[in-house]
Design a protein around this ligand. Structure first.
Ligand SMILES: [Cu+2]
Length: 471
């Protein structure tokens, strides 16, 4: 594993420099700066296996070697976010993991259809003790934007910095002209997040410092007129990102499980909830030297305090996440394809098994089907079956519902068919007092599979359950 030391340093500088980048200061690198996004590029995991179809990496979790603002932070290979693992659909991924942390940990491969004993959760794997190691090995079955993080004490360990992207490409299986790929990991940090305390856990603790690839308010040079393909990951413990690129429409082309069947309608804002991913096509317009803000708007996710703005009245102001400085560039490329992918639509059988998952709230925490999480009977499913999950949120909080190991498609309650554009999801926001109907197909990977809220504090407070999949 080669993590460039200057990368590491840059990443720390980013964390420390913070809000020092003012919102109006001229930027001398304007038209002549680096080509695009190099300033915030992430460390890349090195593939040590020469075989084409095997990606083999070494990965060590350890404390970030720094005092100051990174005090107490942990990172894969000591960097935050951790190194990007890249593979192609059909490759075998082998990860030699070493735990250099003072406590036990595991790795969960969020969104990937891994065998049950590779899922990194307690029912499938004993946590790796300090100084211990474990080899994860599985096939990359699907192309898409995924990520990896601990699934042991995850509310604390993710917040400390243990999160990183995993990108699976499939060049032969997708149209050309989707744009220059840009990987953006969104998260937050800060001691005010209440690490190790109970304060605010019910709300879901947020750090006050918003980070893009580990940096606060970076400015990057971007070619105007040239299409970009953003791969976005929300790796925050609790924070929802309601994104806007000032003056530009966003066209979502991909989600959790790769490309949509067709581009979604252009939108001014994009909501990305914890655990969720999106791919967005974007063409920046304007004059060379213009600065375009990427903003995070306040989103009412139902936390007790968030109906009150900074002035005690109304919404808190949006926060500038990042600035794009327009540089001379490409332009004039082909249009975005009208069809992105031939995506199988799940068929709900007439005699479908319908599972009810009712999310409720009690004084001591959250409940699933009226019982504290983990104590209710497992939901049952058989290999080969397509089931309907009827998930109902009876609480005053939004909850990002995450299913391990399997994708689902949200279906229309009337037609019982997936809504267009069809896509594969593994993390779906359930707004307060709402419900959703999800079609899930269980392929041949038996075992105990988790579902839970991806506000990790909520999962700890009981918003989790198990599906027992048998042959
Ligand atoms: Cu929740």
């Amino acid at each position: 594993m080669d993590v460039h030391p200057s990368r590491h340093l840059l990443s720390l500088v980013g964390l420390i420099a913070g809000a020092g980048c003012g919102t109006s200061a001229p930027d001398e690198t304007a038209a002549t700066g680096p080509a695009s996004y190099d300033e915030i590029a992430l460390a890349e995991a090195e593939d040590v296996d020469p075989q084409a179809a095997v990606v083999e990496v070494r990965l060590r979790a350890r404390p970030v070697a720094d005092g100051g603002n990174s005090e107490g932070m942990w990172g894969y290979e000591g960097v935050v976010p951790g190194p990007v693992i890249r593979g192609r659909r059909g490759d075998t991924l082998v990860v030699h993991f070493e735990n250099g942390l003072p406590e036990a940990t595991t790795i969960h491969w969020h969104g990937l259809r891994v065998p049950n004993d590779m899922d990194g959760v307690a029912v499938a794997q004993a946590p790796v003790p300090p100084g211990g190691s474990f080899t994860y090995r599985f096939e990359l079955l699907d192309a898409g934007t995924f990520w990896y993080h601990p699934h042991h004490l995850s509310a604390d360990q993710v917040e400390r910095g243990l999160y990183a992207p995993l990108v699976v490409e499939d060049p032969a299986g997708e149209p050309a002209a989707l744009g220059r790929p840009v990987l953006l990991v969104l998260s937050d940090a800060g001691p005010e997040a209440g690490r190790g305390t109970d304060a605010g856990v019910r709300n879901g603790r947020e750090g006050p410092r918003l980070l893009v690839n580990g940096r606060e308010q970076p400015t990057v040079a971007v070619a105007r007129g040239a299409r970009q393909r953003w791969r976005l990951i929300n790796a925050a413990r609790s924070r929802f990102f309601l994104l806007e690129v000032a003056g530009h429409a966003l066209v979502r082309i991909g989600g959790d499980g790769g490309l949509l069947e067709a581009p979604a309608a252009p939108s001014d804002r994009l909501l990305l909830v914890p655990g969720e991913r999106a791919e967005v096509a974007l063409v920046l317009q304007g004059a060379v030297g213009d600065r375009v803000a990427v903003r995070a708007h306040h989103y009412h996710r139902g936390a007790d305090r968030d109906d009150v703005g900074a002035d005690g009245f109304g919404d808190p102001a949006p926060v500038d996440l990042m600035y794009l400085r327009l540089a001379e560039g490409g332009g004039g490329g082909p249009d975005l394809p009208g069809r992105l992918r031939n995506l199988e639509e799940l068929t709900v059988p007439a005699a479908v098994v319908e599972q009810s998952i009712r999310i409720g709230e009690r004084a001591q925490g959250f409940v699933i089907n009226e019982q504290p999480g983990g104590t209710h009977p497992h939901l049952r499913a058989r290999v080969g079956e397509t089931q309907l999950f009827s998930v109902t949120n009876h609480t005053r909080f939004d909850h990002p519902f995450h299913l391990h190991g399997f994708f689902f498609q949200r279906v229309d309650p009337q037609t019982r068919r997936p809504a267009a554009p069809v896509e594969w999801k593994d993390t779906l926001n359930l707004p307060a007092l709402s419900s959703a109907l999800l079609a899930v197909r269980f392929d041949d990977r038996p075992g105990l599979w988790m579902f839970h809220c991806h506000i990790l504090d909520h999962a700890d407070l009981g918003l989790m359950g198990m599906i027992e999949l048998t042959r």
